[in-house]
Every structure is written in C-alpha cells, then in structure tokens.
Design a protein around this ligand. Structure first.
Ligand code: ADE
Length: 425
C-alpha cells in the first residue's frame, strides 16, 4: 500500500516507512490489552466514519492506538503533541502503510507545531484525543462554532487535566473531557514505571554518564518523580528530592530519600531532573549555584520547568556537544551547565518514551474512553469525567491475564463479611 494521492500529510521522509513499520509491529507484541480491544473494535465497529484528531507523541505505541481506532471505523488525523518527540519513521509508516494523515516532524518549530494544530482542527473533528490540552485550548480560544459540535475529548496527562479543570472553572469547557491520566491503570504505571525508566534511558542515551555514585536531584515527587527517584536509586545514585507539598515531602523522606529546598540542592547535584508540571522550578539563582558540569533536564510535560531564557542571559552562547546536549558557560563563574533535549521531555527527545508494556494500559484507557464518549453521547455534562472503576479493574485483569499471572478473588464468606457491620471484636 502507499499513501493515497489526495491525502494530505506532513512527515519527514516516506522512505523511512519500512523501518517504522517493523518498530510499530515490535511494540504491538508488548500491547496485548490494546490488541484485544482492537479485535473487539474490528467486529463491533463503534466508530464508523467518526472524525478524530489525535494529538500525541508520535511513537510506535501511539501508532498502535491509531490502528485500534481505525479498526473501529474511525478516520484519525495524528499530530505531534511536542516538537521534539516525533519518531519520523513511525510517522512515515502510518502515512504509507495505514493511510493515516500525520502532521509531525521531529524538531519542527513552534510555528509549524501550531500550524499542525490548526490544520487538524480544520478537519472538524468530533472527538479530540489530547496530550497536554493544546488542541482543546486552541479550539476553545479560536473555534467557537466547532467547540459546540464536539462530542468530547480525552486527555492523557496530569498537566492537561490541570488545564481542563481551569477551563471548567472558568466556564469555557463546553463538552465532556475524559481524564485518562486519573485512571489507576494509567498513572500508577505509565507515570511511575514508564517515566522512571524512560527518563533515565533518555539521560543515558544523550550523555552516556554513569549514574552510580552521582547525586541526582529529582524536582517534584508526584507519580513521575517517584518513578525517577526509585529507578535512579536502583542505578546506584544518591537521590535528593525537592517538593512544595509537605505530604509528598514526608512520603519522600519515608521512602528513604534526602529532602531539601532546591536552593540547597542546587549546589550539591550532579544531575537534575524536573517533573513538577510547574514553571521555572529551576531558575536563574539555582543555575548560578550549580557545580561546574552539572547536567539539567526535564521530564515534565512542558519545557518551561527550567528557566532557559534566564540561563541564556547568564551565559555565553551555548555550544552543542552531542545530539540533545547543549553546554552553557556562565559569564560570571565560568561554570558549565549542560542542558539536555532543549528542556523538553528528555525521555521522548533523546529516547523512545515509555516502553510499550505500560503504554498498553494507558492507550487501552484512551481507546475505551473514546468508546465511552460515543456510547454516552448527549448524556455527559460538560466538564472533566473519569472512566468507571470497573473499566480500570478490567484493564488490570486483562494485563495480568496476558502476563500469565493469576490472582485471588473473594470467597462468598468474605463478600458477606465485607458488606456487613455486625461482626466486631
Ligand atoms: N508518553 C510517554 N511515552 C510515550 C510513548 N511511548 N508513546 C506515546 N506517548 C508517550
């Protein structure tokens, strides 16, 4: 098969398609839950002729999500959710082998990124799959008529859900939004084990530094921070955690990590990883305190966690020393600060993002959230919703089944005991 002559797309090079196809099929092997959903969709066809815009990291795993939606009858346009996360071979294969209109090129400028968002909205989607809420925010700001016709959206990330809740609070969210990230089978695994492993993978691929014996400062102890801290410890690093939430800070202490303010951590860290979802958590004053050669990167959704504008002002023009590795020499101290992946998600910029095995559950949630929106069309109020708990439990059950792991269920006696209040001491 080849791209249809009339289909519009914007990818780096269609000649990359054969490599992309092999990698998409490799990832598929690790996505048994999504495969089962695909088989069901292929029979039931719940999305016949449905127009979907998916804004996601264009990876092998996302390709398998798009194939699942396609099996259900949907016409999906795929655009990048980050200028640096696209796997160009995957984008090429989706166009060439599955006839999916893809608009995504690794390293695209912010202008091109925004143009792709607007082009995707021009297709008048009925459903939006978003990762960070850029498409929904643009829709609400610029396309009032289209917003009224949207059936709903699904959102992959913590950051996107924070934005959706702000839209709901401001009274501008006029359709239902499924908070995929809030499913336990999403954030317990993707955010923790996925971010934990892929962030270290990104740091290692970019720099090839030894982690053992290094002091790694993890800024933020949400699910992603927990994963990064846990895996960094596993590699022999001395892990320091910084937090603004006292409960999470206590949790980090009791998990055995040193906790201190970033202003104290700045001078002792060898490697810094931000995972907060916030802005300028490493700022000018922190860069000034860092050791010569400190490595700084981000694994939170947006690239504003590091104040790179401030760092540029404090430094001589930066020098690229390896792919995804930029060295800044501070004017005053002469110290060098090494920034990875332009401050964008290091796991997707320098590595391949989360492994397929966790994305299997995340994207099972995505696929079933789209189905939920369709099945409940006209019945859900505008605002943020979650998939029912039974769906979460079903996804976990299917994952265990695929892994060949059996687990227990309650006996009749236990069911009765747990539903009564009479029996006590
Ligand atoms: N987010 C993090 N890792 C990802 C992956 N492999 N595919 C899509 N989105 C992701």
């Amino acid at each position: 098969m080849s791209a249809t002559p009339t289909m519009e797309f914007d990818v780096k090079d269609l000649a990359l398609a054969p490599e992309g196809k092999k990698r998409i099929e490799w990832a598929e092997r690790e996505m048994p839950v999504l495969r089962l959903i695909r088989q069901k969709f292929a029979t039931d066809k719940p999305f016949e002729s449905l127009r979907i815009v998916a804004c996601a990291h264009v990876t092998t795993e996302t390709a398998n999500l798009v194939r699942t939606l396609q099996a259900g009858g949907a016409q999906t346009i795929l655009i990048a959710s980050n200028p640096l996360s696209t796997q160009d071979d995957v984008a090429a294969s989706l166009v060439q082998d599955w006839h999916v209109p893809v608009f995504a090129i690794k390293g695209e400028s912010t202008d091109v990124y925004n143009r792709h968002v607007r082009m995707a909205l021009d297709s008048e989607p009925e459903i939006i799959i978003d990762d960070g809420s850029d498409v929904v925010a643009t829709l609400i700001k610029e396309r009032e008529t289209l917003a009224k016709k949207i059936i709903g959206t699904t959102e992959e990330t913590t950051t996107g859900i924070v934005r959706l809740k702000a839209m709901e609070r401001d009274g501008v969210l006029s359709f239902p939004a499924m908070a995929v990230n809030n499913a336990q089978t999403k954030h317990f695994f993707d955010n923790r084990y996925g971010t934990g492993q892929s962030t270290l993978d990104g740091i290692i691929r970019a720099t090839n530094v030894l982690l053992a014996g290094r002091t790694i400062v993890v800024v933020g102890y949400g699910w992603c921070g927990k994963g990064v801290a846990m895996r960094a410890r596993g590699m022999g690093a001395n892990v320091v955690v910084t937090e603004i939430n006292p409960i999470k800070a206590v949790e980090a202490v009791m998990d055995g990590f040193r906790v201190m303010p970033i202003v104290d951590a700045a001078s002792i860290g060898d490697i810094f990883v931000t995972v907060t979802g916030s802005r300028h958590v490493i700022d000018r004053q922190h860069f000034k305190l860092m050791k010569d050669g400190a490595i700084v990167c981000n694994s939170g959704h947006f690239d504003i966690e590091l104040n790179l504008v401030g760092l540029r002002e404090l430094s001589h023009p930066s020098v690229s020393v390896r792919p995804f590795v930029e060295e800044y020499k501070m004017r005053e101290s002469g110290h060098r600060v090494i920034v990875l992946g332009e401050g964008r998600l290091i796991n997707l910029a320098a590595a391949e993002g989360h492994p397929a095995s966790v994305m299997d559950m995340s994207f099972a949630n995505q696929a079933l959230s789209v189905e939920y929106l369709i099945n409940n069309r006209g019945r859900l109020h505008p605002g943020v919703h979650q998939l029912p708990d039974e769906v979460d439990l079903e996804i976990a059950g299917l994952k265990l089944q695929a892994l060949g792991i059996r687990f227990d269920s309650l006996t009749a006696e236990q069911v009765e005991y747990l539903s009564s209040w009479e029996t006590g001491t």
